[in-house]
Design a protein. Structure first.
Length: 418
C-alpha cells in the first residue's frame, strides 16, 4: 500500500513537472523553426523576398525545365540594355521580320509598317509575342543568331549556369533549357537594373493593329498587389514568374513596400499555376517578418589603412540591411561582421571590404557586402615607406592594434578580422 502511494505521488509530480516544462520545450523546439509552404503542386518553384534578396522557400530550384515564353525576360533585358546604351531608341520604328521566320505562337500581328520599340516591348513582356521578340533581336544584333549568342553570353555573366537559349522568341525548341533558380536570377537582375519593366508587364491587356489581347498572368486580376512579370503555357506545363508589392510593418512605427517574387515551373495546368503562385505569395507575406539590422549610412566598423593619406577607413552598407525571419522569431538571429585587419590604399568609395553574415539558428539566411564609406588616396613617399615597414613588422608575427567600432549589442553581432 505504501509503495503504491509513493508510486502514485511520484507519478502526479512527474506529470506536473512535464506539464510545467512542456511550454518551454515547445518554445525551444520552435525557436529555430523555418516554415515551409504546403499544397504546392508544381514540380519546382522558388519564393524570394526581393526586399532583402533572400530565398525564403524552394523546391527543386535547379531542376532543368523549358523556359518557354519566359525566354522573353532575357529578350527584354537586352532590349532595355540597348536602350540604355543608345543602340536603339524607344520611339524608333523597327520593321517586321519576314513572315516565314516567325515561329508559331503568341503574336502582336505586326504589319508591313512594323512597330516602335515601346510597342514591341509591350508585346514581349505582356504576351511573349514571337514576332515582337524576333524584330527586337534583329534590330539590336542584326540577326537572330547574333542576338542568341548575346543572350547566352549574358546568361553566363549573370551566373545562369543551367540556361541555354536557342532563339529570341521563346518558341519551343528541344535544346532550350533553364531552371527556376536561373530564371529568378534573370528576373531579379531585370527588376534591379530596369524597374520600368514592371510598367509593361503589369498591363492586363494591350491593343495593336486593332487587335486587343489579354495578359496570360491571371493574378493581375485576382490580386491587386501583383504587378508582373510573365506567365507562359506549354502543353502539359505551365510556368510563371510573378512579382507583388504589399505594405508591411518595419518596426513599431514604420511601414515599407515589401516586394516578393515567385517562380513557378512545370505546373500541370494554368489554374494550378495561378493557385500555387497565390499560395506562395500569401505564405511569404504572412509567415515572415521584415526587420532592419543596419541603416545604410551607419558606420559598422573602422578598418586600419596602410600607405594611405588617412590611417582609418569607415565602412557602411550600400543600402539598409533588411532581413526576413520567421514570424515573431527575432530572438533567433545572430550575425557576424567579417573584414580584414587592414587594407592598402588606394581605396575607392563603395568598394567591398568585408561581409555581414546573418544566421537563424544554425542556418545562414543572409549575407551583405560591407563597403568603404569614402575613398582613400595613397600617402606620400615617406608615408608609404613607413607603412611598408609596419607591414613587414606585422609579417614577422608581431601584434598590431586595430581600431574597431562594433554595432549595438542587441543585434547579437560579433566581429571577426582576417
Amino acid at each position: 500500500m505504501r509503495l503504491s502511494r509513493w508510486f502514485l505521488t511520484g507519478l502526479i509530480l512527474g506529470v506536473s513537472l512535464l506539464a510545467s516544462l512542456s511550454p518551454i520545450a515547445k518554445a525551444q523546439s520552435g525557436s529555430n523553426f523555418w516554415p515551409m509552404p504546403s499544397q504546392i503542386s508544381a514540380d519546382s518553384w522558388l519564393l524570394i523576398d526581393l526586399s532583402t534578396g533572400q530565398t525564403l522557400a524552394s523546391l527543386n530550384e535547379n531542376q532543368a525545365m523549358h523556359p518557354g515564353g519566359l525566354t522573353a525576360l532575357m529578350t527584354s533585358y537586352l532590349t532595355f540594355s540597348a536602350l540604355r546604351d543608345r543602340v536603339i531608341r524607344l520611339e524608333q520604328v523597327i520593321p517586321s521580320p519576314p513572315e516565314n521566320e516567325i515561329p508559331p505562337g503568341p503574336r502582336i500581328f505586326l504589319g508591313a509598317q512594323g512597330a516602335n520599340v515601346r510597342e514591341l516591348l509591350e508585346g514581349v513582356l505582356v504576351l511573349g509575342a514571337h514576332d515582337a521578340g524576333l524584330a527586337l533581336a534583329r534590330a539590336i544584333s542584326g540577326s537572330e543568331a547574333g542576338f542568341v549568342n548575346l543572350m547566352n553570353q549574358t546568361a553566363q555573366k549573370l551566373g545562369m549556369r543551367q540556361t541555354v537559349f536557342v532563339n529570341a522568341s521563346g518558341a519551343f525548341h528541344i535544346d532550350t533549357q533553364s531552371s527556376a533558380r536561373d530564371l529568378a536570377i534573370l528576373a531579379s537582375t531585370l527588376y534591379q537594373d530596369f524597374p520600368d519593366a514592371l510598367n509593361y508587364s503589369s498591363r492586363r491587356e494591350i491593343s495593336f493593329n486593332g487587335i486587343r489581347q489579354t495578359n496570360p498572368n491571371r493574378l493581375l486580376w485576382l490580386d491587386r498587389s501583383v504587378d508582373g512579370l510573365m506567365a507562359t503555357d506549354l502543353p502539359g506545363r505551365s510556368s510563371a514568374l510573378v512579382t507583388a508589392k504589399r505594405p508591411q510593418p518595419l518596426g513599431p512605427q514604420e511601414q515599407v513596400q515589401r516586394r516578393m517574387m515567385v517562380v513557378i515551373s512545370q505546373a500541370e495546368t494554368p489554374e494550378k499555376r495561378v493557385q500555387d503562385a497565390q499560395r506562395l505569395l500569401n505564405f511569404g507575406y504572412q509567415q515572415f517578418d521584415l526587420i532592419r539590422l543596419y541603416r545604410q549610412n551607419e558606420v559598422s566598423a573602422t578598418i586600419r589603412v596602410y600607405k594611405g593619406a588617412t590611417d582609418a577607413l569607415d565602412t557602411e552598407f550600400r543600402q539598409d540591411v533588411l532581413v526576413a525571419i520567421p514570424r515573431n522569431q527575432q530572438g533567433g538571429i545572430r550575425s557576424e561582421l567579417q573584414h580584414p585587419q587592414g587594407v592598402v590604399a588606394p581605396v575607392v568609395a563603395n568598394q567591398p571590404v568585408g561581409e555581414l553574415r546573418v544566421w537563424f539558428g544554425s542556418r545562414q539566411i543572409h549575407s551583405v557586402s560591407l563597403v568603404a564609406a569614402d575613398s582613400v588616396r595613397p600617402a606620400g613617399l615617406l608615408g608609404r615607406a613607413i607603412d611598408s615597414l609596419v607591414l613587414w613588422w606585422k609579417s614577422l608575427g608581431f601584434p598590431h592594434s586595430l581600431k574597431q567600432q562594433g554595432p549595438p549589442n542587441e543585434r547579437k553581432l560579433s566581429s571577426s578580422c582576417f
